[in-house]
Write a protein that binds this ligand. Structure first.
Ligand SMILES: [Zn+2]
Length: 228
């Protein structure tokens, strides 16, 4: 999938401008001033380059990401309309918490894993198969839960193109000083593969919301031109 292949090497400063992941949704990252001016917000590249570089992926990361992917698979086919997500919390090389999203309406994988880890989550590394959610849906955002738990590092299996999440989950973590790594290679391919249908649906929604934003901006621009 394009999303996987477009992601540059971890830690690369050239990530800016080349990664789809960093193309944050307009509604989240576009400066308010541009909307006020009626500028087409979809044309703006969100100022995500200010975000910290991604942390490099290690061999140990691949092992624990596979463990998190195995957890996600326990609810395979049962989470619709939500994605399959697994999470493992690791402290000093040992798993201290694990969880997966069992079905819609139930807590997300990160919540179960953080609950299991308790205080051990502080300073730990969290492996999450899909970019943590960043919005209030049926549950509070997992990005916030990870920040509040005090994890030091989060390794993400795959970015979430959901317009409510896209890059914002990772940006929230980085803004809180958490190191973030984005999986590449076979584990990233696996993370994308287990949510192929969900990701295709979210990419379609992202395209639709971008088209809607462009249409609104065009209407505003037309209205502005008419009153000038
Ligand atoms: Zn979540």
């Amino acid at each position: 999938m394009a999303l996987a292949r477009s992601v540059p090497a971890a830690g690369s400063s050239r990530a800016c401008g080349t990664s789809k992941l960093r193309r944050a949704p307009v509604s989240v990252a576009a400066p308010a001033a541009s909307a006020a001016r009626g500028a087409a917000p979809t044309r703006r590249r969100a100022p995500m380059c200010a975000a910290a570089a991604l942390s490099p992926v290690t061999g140990e990361d691949r092992v624990f990401m596979n463990a998190a992917l195995d957890l996600a698979m326990r609810a395979y086919g049962k989470t619709h309309p939500n994605p399959h997500v697994g999470c493992v919390i690791v402290r000093d090389g040992a798993v201290v918490g694990e969880g997966f999203h069992p079905q819609a309406g139930q807590p997300h994988a990160e919540v179960f894993a953080l609950r299991g880890a308790g205080q051990a989550a502080r300073g730990a590394t969290a492996y999450v198969t899909l970019e943590p959610c960043n919005h209030y849906g049926r549950t509070p955002p997992c990005s916030q839960a990870l920040v509040e738990a005090g994890v030091a590092r989060v390794v993400v299996g795959a970015g979430d193109p959901n317009p409510l999440v896209a890059a914002a989950g990772i940006a929230t973590l980085q803004a809180a000083g958490i190191e973030v790594a984005l999986m590449d290679g076979a584990e990233n391919a696996r993370a994308l593969d287990i949510n192929r249908d969900f990701l295709a649906r979210m990419e379609a929604e992202a395209r639709e919301s971008a088209a809607q934003a462009a249409a609104i901006a065009a209407k505003r621009a037309a209205a502005g031109a008419a009153t000038r």
